[in-house]
Each structure stands twice: as structure tokens, then as C-alpha cells.
Write a protein that binds this ligand. Structure first.
Ligand code: 5AD
Length: 350
């Protein structure tokens, strides 16, 4: 029994085994890792790729995470809030292109009180009752999460970023805590959201052991969605001189997660696409099953700079969709018109 067989049967490896798998130079073992992950994704989802329309509706943030370009200390960033009509326009464009999930993502912006957010959620749900709404708004109170859920939000993305508390403290100001972040995730699950978590690969000070802790934490949380991507430096942050995470390590993490979580919705993230022109396709081939094209107007995208967009912003939505569609088609995959909800267990035949 090799490491892949063990991972598949037991759902977890020891720290030492994870580290070996992440760095193995054994070409056969590496090939088996990717092949197994791809086959599991095929068994769960076929060649259908779910799409989510990303709407980056505010880049104001009161937080100060060292890695992120939206951090409040970044005075160089031109800040914006999308008027509600623009958010609804993004949904309209997306709906007509076949999107059935909208992801409202923003910095932690106190302008968006529960009342304001609930108004936006209700407006979208009223116009597009057949669509799912995913929120990605950072840490809020249990009460707030409940209100947003009651207004119609279906899913919530909140990456834990790193499951090692010392590492967490090196990526964030001293008052932020991994424990609080985990509590938020458990709160969200208790309310009934489909919850997504995840981490950055190759973030500053990351040790391979920490990735093993990330896998372990995710196994405990058992999220409906898992978003990971390479760290990419942003020139206006304290991490401007740090190295970006690698494509290879990120792909190996995706493959490991797919083997651990056969039914989770795993996006091939924009950050992967930033590292390599076919990065997002590689993510799909390594076991991811979701793409999140950007519905935000291009003028807005250039101000939503979590990290430096090495190749500039994506082209227009239509261009981007065509490019992704062609890359997928070359391997027999296609994007589908579907909410793409999390289905924990295989559907039983009646
Ligand atoms: N590189 C890669 N990912 C980043 N994020 C924030 N800053 C960066 C960066 N410099 C990710 C975080 C956050 C998500 C919205 O974007 O993981 O949770």
C-alpha cells in the first residue's frame, strides 16, 4: 500500500507522510496522486465544471492582514463601493451567461451592516430565485451570520488561511486569532450555510508541517467547499519581497484535498490562473471542479488587488469565459448552468 492508497482508504496521513507526498520526486507516485484525484472528481461530478460569478463589491477593509493588498494600511489603493444597481447589473450579465451562483466578496467593510447586506441579498434573491448566493465578507458575529442566512444567503467562504497558530500570528496583527476564525466557521456551519474554508500555499513562513495541519483541520471541519491558492506578493504590503507559492505545490494540495473530500466543491482559483496562463485548467485536471470567473466590471477589478495581477487584469468576461471554455473543451470538460450545491453523499438510486 503506497501513500495514495493509504490517503484514499484512511482519509488522512501522518504529518511525515503528507510532507513526503508534497515533496516527492518519485514521478510514478506524483502521477498516481494526480490521476487518482482526477478520477475521484470525475466519479463525483463527471466532466461538468460548476461556475460561480464573483462580484467584488467593495475593497474597503478595516483589517490589516500582512499579505493582502486590501489591508487598511495600504493608502495607495483607490477604494470603491459598488452601488447596488451595479451589483444587480453584474448579476444580470452573469445570469444571462448561465451563472446560477453569485459570490459577493468584499473586504471587511463596516458600511455593509446587516441591514444593508440583507437588502442586497433580498434584492438578488427576488430577481433570481433560482440562484445561490455565496458570501465572502470575513469575520462577523453569530447574530449577523444568522440574519444574512435568514435573508437568503446560502453559502459562506471564510478561509482559515493557516491552521498553525504561530504561523497565523506571523501573517496577521497580534490581536487576530485563529481560534476566533475557527469559531466563525463552526458558527456558520451550525446555522446551515454550506461553508467553505481553505488556505494559501507558500505564504511567508509556511512550513510543510503547517500544510499537514491544514489538512487535519479541514478533515475536522469537513467543509462543503475548499478554496486554496498560491500566495502571491502584493507590492504595497509588508510581504512585497516575499516569494510566491508554487504552482506544483498548490496542485498537489488540490489533489490531496480531492482524495480526502470526494464531494467537496473545490475551485481552481484566480490566483492559480495568475501564476500560469493555464493554471486554472491544471487545477481542474488535479481534481478541482469549480471555476469562479469575475463578473465585476474591469475598472473595478484593477482596484481589487489582493495580490499583484502579474498578467494584468483578466480580459472582458466574455473573453475570459471563451478562453476557459476552450481550455476545458480540449480535455472534454464543460461549464454547466447549475447552482452546483454541495451533495455530501452520492445520491442513492431508488
Ligand atoms: N496572495 C494570495 N491570496 C491572497 N489572499 C489575500 N491576499 C492574498 C495574496 N497576497 C486570499 C486570502 C483570502 C482570499 C480572499 O484571498 O486567502 O482569504
Amino acid at each position: 500500500m503506497d501513500l495514495i492508497d493509504k490517503l484514499q482508504t484512511e482519509g488522512i496521513l501522518t504529518e511525515d507522510e503528507f510532507c513526503r507526498l508534497l515533496w516527492t520526486e518519485d514521478a510514478a507516485l506524483r502521477a498516481k496522486l494526480f490521476m487518482t484525484a482526477q478520477q475521484i472528481a470525475l466519479a463525483s461530478f463527471g466532466k461538468q465544471i460548476y461556475i460561480r460569478g464573483l462580484i467584488e463589491f467593495t475593497n474597503y477593509c478595516w483589517r490589516d492582514c500582512f499579505y493582502c493588498g486590501l489591508r487598511c494600511a495600504n493608502k495607495k489603493l483607490e477604494r470603491y463601493r459598488m452601488p447596488n444597481e451595479v451589483i444587480l447589473d453584474c448579476c444580470k450579465t452573469g445570469y444571462n451567461m448561465g451563472f446560477r451562483t453569485f459570490v459577493l466578496q468584499g473586504g471587511e467593510d463596516r458600511y455593509y451592516t446587516d441591514e444593508v447586506m440583507c437588502g442586497i441579498i433580498r434584492a438578488i434573491k427576488h430577481l433570481y430565485p433560482d440562484c445561490a448566493i455565496t458570501l465572502s465578507l470575513g469575520e462577523r458575529s453569530l447574530r449577523s451570520y444568522k440574519e444574512l442566512f435568514a435573508a437568503g444567503a446560502d453559502r459562506y467562504l471564510l478561509r482559515h488561511e493557516t491552521a498553525d497558530s504561530l504561523h497565523y500570528s506571523r501573517l496577521h496583527p497580534p490581536s487576530y486569532s485563529l481560534a476566533v476564525r475557527k469559531d466563525c466557521l463552526y458558527d456558520l456551519q451550525s446555522i446551515g450555510y454550506q461553508v467553505g474554508s481553505g488556505f494559501m500555499v507558500g505564504s511567508p513562513y509556511q512550513l510543510t508541517e503547517y500544510l499537514s495541519k491544514d489538512f487535519e483541520f479541514l478533515r475536522k471541519l469537513h467543509p462543503a467547499m475548499i478554496g486554496i491558492g498560491p500566495f502571491i506578493p502584493n507590492k504595497d504590503t509588508p510581504f512585497r519581497h516575499q516569494k510566491a507559492g508554487s504552482l506544483e505545490l498548490t496542485l498537489r494540495c488540490i489533489a490531496i484535498l480531492r482524495i480526502m473530500f470526494p464531494h467537496a466543491n473545490i475551485p481552481s482559483t484566480t490566483a492559480l490562473g495568475t501564476l500560469h496562463p493555464e493554471g486554472r485548467l491544471h487545477g481542474i485536471l488535479a481534481g478541482a471542479n469549480v471555476l469562479m470567473p469575475n463578473l465585476s466590471p474591469i475598472e473595478v477589478q484593477q482596484h481589487y488587488t489582493l495580490y499583484d495581477r502579474i498578467g494584468g487584469v483578466d480580459g472582458s468576461l466574455a473573453e475570459n469565459m471563451e478562453l476557459l471554455g476552450n481550455q476545458l473543451a480540449a480535455h472534454g470538460y464543460a461549464m454547466v448552468v447549475d447552482r452546483g450545491d454541495y451533495v455530501p453523499e452520492p445520491k442513492k438510486e431508488l
